[in-house]
Ligand binder design. Sequence first.
Ligand SMILES: [Cu+2]
Length: 496
Amino acid sequence: MIQGLRTIIVGGAIACGLSAAFGATSEAQAPVKWAGDFGPPQGAPIHAVLTSPPNVPPPTHRTVPAKVIVELEVVEKNMPISEGVSYTFWTFGGTVPGSFIRVRQGDTVEFHLKNNPNNKMPHNIDLHGVTGPGGGAASSFTAPGHESQFTFKALNEGIYVYHCATAPVGMHVANGMYGLILVEPPEGLSKVDHEYYVMQGDFYTTGKYREKGLQPFDMEKAIDERPTYVLFNGAEGSLTGDKAITAKTNETVRLFIGNGGPNLVSSFHVIGAIFDKVRFEGGTNTQSNVQTTLIPAGGAAAVEFSTKVPGSYVLVDHSIFRAFNKGALAILKVSGPEDKTIYSGKELDSVYLGDRSQPNLQAVTTAAHAAATGTLTLQDQVQAGQALFAGTCSVCHQANGAGLAGVFPPLAKSDYLGADPKRAIGVVLHGLTGKVSVNGGDYNSVMPPMNQLNDDEVANILTYVLNSWGNPGGRILTDDVKKVRAAKPAAPAAAH
Ligand SMILES: [Cu+2]
């Protein structure tokens, strides 16, 4: 009875949600606890239509909750990021942003995350539309050549970001691991002539803006929040020229605009258009007559406007250097007859084209304090190193150092480590690729450089490793790390 009351109060915010909830309750004979839960899925399971940007799947046109199966594959691949410049993107479904997913509020979503066997990294997915730990991240951690499955009920309607949340999280996001999932309200969204999918992201390469060739990821720039590129849909020119999105005059356009970040907040603006309606922050409320809408990193909005005058409308991040000097520029081309009463002519086209997780922090604090007082004992180092290991290395080598057969070599009793403990410093700073043999097992994979760690941190992590899980003991000092770092400049944090 009390729970029923709760449904009424919570559901009262959305009239349609309320009536649908009631309908489902009486049919299914099961009490429904939360607004947005319209009872068990009905009918045969449906395979979700996934689309690549800038396309959006069609409306579900459903009036009852269904079981929806989503199959998403993570693919690591080289793609152009600008003219003559390529980058190793990590993608959900082969594109940046990842495939667009569309479900209806109340749907039960069975999610399959596949990690392509040619990939080098483990990945997972955190969907902001999920109610549950990590938004699914906890249940979807997937090694290369594996598949994970978890199920959630889409309780809240809205337009939600999803992203990879595997450590180092910032690096996975910076490499393009984000996308959007739309949870339609039960009555669907209002009909429009065009829906498009555009997502902003900031990118960090060791070379300068438009420096040619395959450009590696630059962890230092990422930490300093100094992007080389700020882009819509993962590449300069992804939505200009022949690839511009299009509409005719006197049509309605809805843009689902996401911001994957990892760092920047977008001041999203369409030059020459006023948004009639904005679902700001992706939520239920709308705002009218908006010029520029803020889209936080890890957030999204749906903007709507009508095309009254033909011409090229330029989508920008109005933090304007990003548009003209870092690539944050896309075009909506509107064709059709002029309406001189609204606009006289003369287009503007040519003018404008021109993780640290808590344990880590604690560890750093402990170590910094210890260093400041000159009391960094072996025990201090091991303790600081343990927390850092948990936040940095355990995602691959596992918390108990056992690794993952055939994918990540063990650090526990590692004969590779035992043969020469100090070479582990180079492994952490510069990464490791190519064939290695550890305890009789062969590995031929990639460990990305961890050169975001400072000398203290590397020393402490390795001291912890050497003193754990039956390893021989020993100590790595900050000075040892300093020497290795100086001897060979840290390779860019590339992961290919
Ligand atoms: Cu990932």
